[in-house]
Design a protein around this ligand. Structure first.
Ligand SMILES: Cc1cc2nc3c(=O)[nH]c(=O)nc-3n(C[C@H](O)[C@H](O)[C@H](O)COP(=O)(O)O)c2cc1C
Length: 175
């Protein structure tokens, strides 16, 4: 009997999300997304991990006026999957908030490398970006197509807004 009550209670906790764990995973080339993700994760008491590129992007790599810059080449190649230097593992989390800068209206290709490297089954995915003004657009939806099995809840541009604003938005999505 005791065991049954315990099981029911535990089940209830899990169902209501009392044990739900959230991780923020971000890529940032020049620090804007990093600041946004760190503020939000702190506010939510969530774990946070950085997607670290093997090749660190230089200013020349990030020059979007140059069709031959590394970022331009990557953005124009649907098959581009830049290598990640560190080990990332979302297996211990129920919700993963993927944060990135907008590059040519989409997420940088290294973020695709990350989502494809993980097992998303049974996990909720949220995408947050920073941008120069073009906003999230279709970037979150497109990324979620490569996160096989993920339950994509939506996303938003948080170039502006506090950690508390992000927390409120995420709690709304997970209701
Ligand atoms: C290669 C490249 C392409 C970009 N493309 C866009 C774009 O299509 N739309 C936009 O609003 N901002 C664009 N931006 C601006 C970034 O999204 C914005 O500055 C972002 O906040 C940078 O984040 P970070 O500091 O975390 O790297 C681009 C920046 C770079 C480097």
């Amino acid at each position: 009997m005791k065991k049954l009550i315990l099981t029911l209670l535990l089940g209830g906790f899990i169902m209501t999300g009392a044990f739900a764990k959230t991780a923020f995973v971000y890529f940032s080339a020049t620090g804007t997304t990093e600041r946004m993700a760190k503020n939000a994760a702190k506010e939510m008491g969530a774990d946070i991990f950085e997607i670290q590129p093997v090749h660190k992007y230089t200013d020349a790599d990030l020059d979007w006026h140059d069709k031959k810059s590394l970022s331009s080449i990557e953005c124009n190649d649907p098959k581009s999957r830049p290598a990640i230097a560190n080990k990332l593992d979302i297996s211990g989390y129920d919700t993963v908030v993927v944060c990135y800068p907008i590059w040519w209206a989409y997420a940088p290709k290294i973020v695709y490398t990350f989502v494809e490297s993980q097992n998303w089954s049974g996990k909720k995915m949220i995408t947050l970006c920073t941008s120069g003004g073009s906003s999230l657009g279709r970037s979150g939806k497109d990324l979620s197509k490569f996160a096989k099995g993920a339950d994509f809840k939506g996303g938003k541009d948080f170039t502006r807004g506090s950690g508390a604003d992000v927390k409120k938005y995420i709690e709304g999505l997970l209701k």
